[in-house]
Design a protein around this ligand. Structure first.
Ligand code: GAL
Length: 740
């Protein structure tokens, strides 16, 4: 705005100033207005022109002063470039918990650690609006501004996961009701009812006021709505809304009664208002419907704030929320639809990083939007909520962050910068201690900060690209969990038993819904895809007929989209394509022997007795001696379909067996290993750009490992070409290979 003070009595200056003020006050370029103004000036006689000009200068000066006050944060910061860097390191910062005089010291330490952004505000409602209608955003603006002076951007969280006491006192109807009928109280967080209209009105109000204030702030790069959606409500209004949702979905009670087979146990409904909420032991159609209602209600809860924010923000500001990996509370695909990018909170809790578990969760999150994602929170060393809150080992925090990046994270952010001096999480890991000075982990994170800045340009525009997809739906996981049939049958563990050996070979796996386009994959694997919609079945049949290789795992296609039994037995509508089916399933007390294509192995927990009905369906593994029913019967069958194939795996083998199965699946489908000759324990994650590939290597084994390269690559972190790299435990290498 300082330019407004240096006016010359010339029309083009006036145009320039008009445009500058207009742009900074609205965030948009107003050249049309200024061109029109310039044209009008030229048509007026010179003396009058000068008088008008003087008046305009005064007005513009007044406007510029008031805008300068209103937009104090728009002054340029020392280290800012126009756009945030492509790879970001961040931390959750709670300026509202500290005297403003302390901010400078914290931000200085953050800057020294190479922190690129802070996430701020997500629990600060009582500071933003201490009494109803009394809004205080000045402190937040000052915090954003001061951060920007240190070259640090801000992601703003809407504070709706922690409504203030005045709100819950004045509007007790906004409190959620637990399943046992108790009302939640103030004193913790997430006490609100996600379905309550009054709460939505209040949430929309605070979100839209924040957006009006910060929607064009140059240092605010994005928004997080609420925080870790999880708690739902069982109050009478929510139940009535669920019943309306059912009416909308099923149309008539006759239809609902048929599809849920309510004649069973006299469950037939003659009025919508008779339908209860069940979460564990109800009719399977009812259970699945409740979860779908919960998911849709989270989506509309989120949309309420999202629309309010979108109305006032610059398009460059993204909107996301922080999800929780494999958390089963709602269908994340449904909720992610409206977001610009997906993000998750990555906590190991007790123990140490399991690269397959963590990497698959990254891949799951990447699958929500089928693009790169953010790790919005991760642990700086330890948490405070696990049975044993051990620290990650020295070097493990850095390895974990790079591992996230290898799987497609474009940002990793630590929760939190410094513990509040009181409050429920005093013991949680931080980057500075209660005295405000760095903890021992700080230098490791500072190293990451430098590395992220250095590697950003090489990683810009790159993302994982997989040859293999593992299919997953929330409905299937819920359905198996409600009726495990063997208490130890964990559907996520079954999925991971495929993921692990396949990742070792393909070095990158997509986890996606069965309804997405599959043509790009050489191999598609569907373990535990229990609930199968007609659309998904058709997509899979088309994939095979078009030359794809499809492998179905245990419990595939047993259920229809209402969680009822498919009448073909497994794999439901894919029986004709397979030329075979499941004759019977057996929950196992002890593992049973399996022999054939993959050597001698066992199936644990579960075994499916298969049969073939088509002469070209081959049996490639059979059961050994077991319960009599399974003895000598088919355990794995496969059939070629044109250039493609379909295989049914009725067993869940141990690691060695699954590794052989993975060799076979990738071999027959032509999946290759992007970076060959990598020793066991070193994970390789390729990210592909237009003209180059970046390989991120992390050594998770306890010994140093050397990775020889077939041709020289650029060492992104240390510079220069390399022909091999040696990595200590938790060592990381980032290598860039130009496309041939
Ligand atoms: C997350 C939550 C944070 C903090 C953290 C502690 O689930 O979003 O606010 O509580 O856990 O690990």
């Amino acid at each position: 705005m300082k330019h407004a003070l240096h006016l010359q009595p010339r029309c083009n200056r006036l145009l320039w100033v008009t445009n500058a003020i207009c742009t900074s006050s609205t965030g948009r370029n107003c050249s049309t207005i200024s061109i029109r103004l310039g044209y009008t000036m030229k048509t007026i006689p010179p003396p009058l022109r000068f008088a008008i000009f003087s008046l305009a200068v005064c007005l513009l000066f007044a406007a510029s002063v008031s805008i300068a006050f209103a937009q104090k944060s728009s002054k340029p910061a020392a280290n800012h470039s126009a756009a945030p860097p492509p790879l970001l390191l961040g931390t959750a910062w709670y300026p509202e918990q500290w005297p403003e005089a302390r901010w400078e010291a914290d931000l200085d330490l953050m800057q020294k650690a190479g922190i690129h952004f802070v996430r701020v505000g997500e629990f600060a409602w009582s500071t933003m609006e201490p009494a109803e209608g009394d809004y205080h955003f000045g402190w937040l603006e000052r915090a954003i501004d001061e951060a920007s002076q240190h070259g640090i951007y801000t992601v703003l969280g809407t504070p709706t996961a922690a409504p203030p006491a005045w709100l819950t006192q004045k509007y007790p109807e906004t409190l959620r009701t637990e399943e046992d009928g108790r009302k939640a109280e103030h004193g913790n967080r997430q006490q609100f009812n996600w379905d309550n209209p009054k709460y939505r009105e209040l949430a929309r109000d605070i979100a839209s006021r924040m957006a009006q204030r910060f929607g064009h702030n140059p240092y605010v790069i994005g928004w997080q709505i609420d925080n870790e959606y999880s708690q739902v409500s069982f109050d009478p209004q929510t139940r009535a809304d669920f019943q309306s949702w059912l009416k909308n979905r099923y149309g008539t009670l006759d239809n609902l009664n048929t599809r849920w087979t309510t004649a069973y146990w006299s469950q037939t409904y003659s009025n919508w208002n008779q339908i209860p909420i069940e979460t564990k032991y109800g009719n399977p159609g009812l259970l699945l419907s409740w979860k779908r209602f919960v998911s849709d209600t989270w989506r509309s809860y989120q949309k309420n704030q999202l629309d309010a924010i979108r109305q006032y923000t610059a398009p460059r500001q993204f909107i996301t929320t922080n999800m929780m990996g494999w958390f089963q509370g709602y269908n994340h695909y449904v909720v992610a639809q409206d977001l610009d990018l997906a993000a998750w909170d990555d906590y190991v809790g007790e123990g140490h990083l399991n690269p397959y578990k963590n990497g698959s969760t990254d891949d799951l999150t990447r699958g929500f939007k089928q693009k790169n994602f953010w790790v919005m929170e991760t642990q700086p060393g330890h948490v405070n909520w696990a049975p044993v809150n051990n620290d990650l080992n020295k070097g493990e925090v850095r390895a974990m962050a790079w591992h996230n990046v290898g799987h497609g994270a474009d940002a990793v952010s630590y929760w939190q910068w410094r513990s509040a001096l009181n409050g429920q999480e005093e013991y949680h890991g931080t980057l500075v201690g209660a005295d405000g000075t760095p903890v021992p982990l700080y230098p490791e994170v500072a190293e990451l900060g430098k590395e992220f800045t250095k590697a950003g340009p090489a990683l810009a525009g790159t993302s994982p690209k997989s040859q293999v997809a593992i299919l997953h739906t929330y409905g299937s996981v819920w359905a198996i969990d409600w009726q495990r049939h063997n208490k130890n049958y964990d559907p996520i563990a079954e999925l991971l038993s495929y993921y692990q050996p396949l990742h070792d070979i393909a070095q990158s796996i997509d986890i996606v819904q069965p309804t997405v386009p599959l043509g790009q994959y050489k191999l598609v694997v569907a373990p535990g895809l229990n609930v199968l919609s007609k659309a998904a079945a058709k997509n899979l049949v088309d994939y095979v007929k078009n030359g794809g290789h499809l492998v179905l795992g245990q419990r595939f296609g047993m259920k229809n989209n209402d969680n009822g039994l498919q009448t073909e037995r497994q794999p439901g509508p894919l029986v004709p394509l397979l030329g075979g089916r499941v004759e019977q399933y057996y929950a196992l007390e002890n593992p049973v022997a399996v022999t054939g294509q993959f050597g001698d192995n066992t199936s644990k927990l579960w075994a499916e007795l298969l049969s073939t009905s088509s002469p070209d369906t081959q049996v490639i593994a059979t059961y050994g001696k077991s319960n009599g029913w399974l003895d000598g019967k088919p355990a794995i069958i496969t059939r070629k379909v044109g250039k493609g194939s379909i295989t049914y795996v009725g067993v869940w083998m141990d690691e060695a067996g699954m590794a052989k199965l993975a060799q076979w699946m990738t071999g027959m489908s032509g999946v290759n290993t992007p970076l060959a000759n990598v020793p066991t324990g070193v994970e390789v994650d390729p990210r592909y750009g237009k003209n180059h590939t970046v390989f991120i290597l992390v050594n998770f084994s306890s010994n140093p490992q050397t990775v020889p390269l077939a041709a020289s690559m650029q060492d992104v972190l240390h510079g220069g070409p390399v022909l091999s790299v040696t990595l200590p435990q938790y060592g990381v290498s980032v290598l860039s290979e130009a496309k041939q």
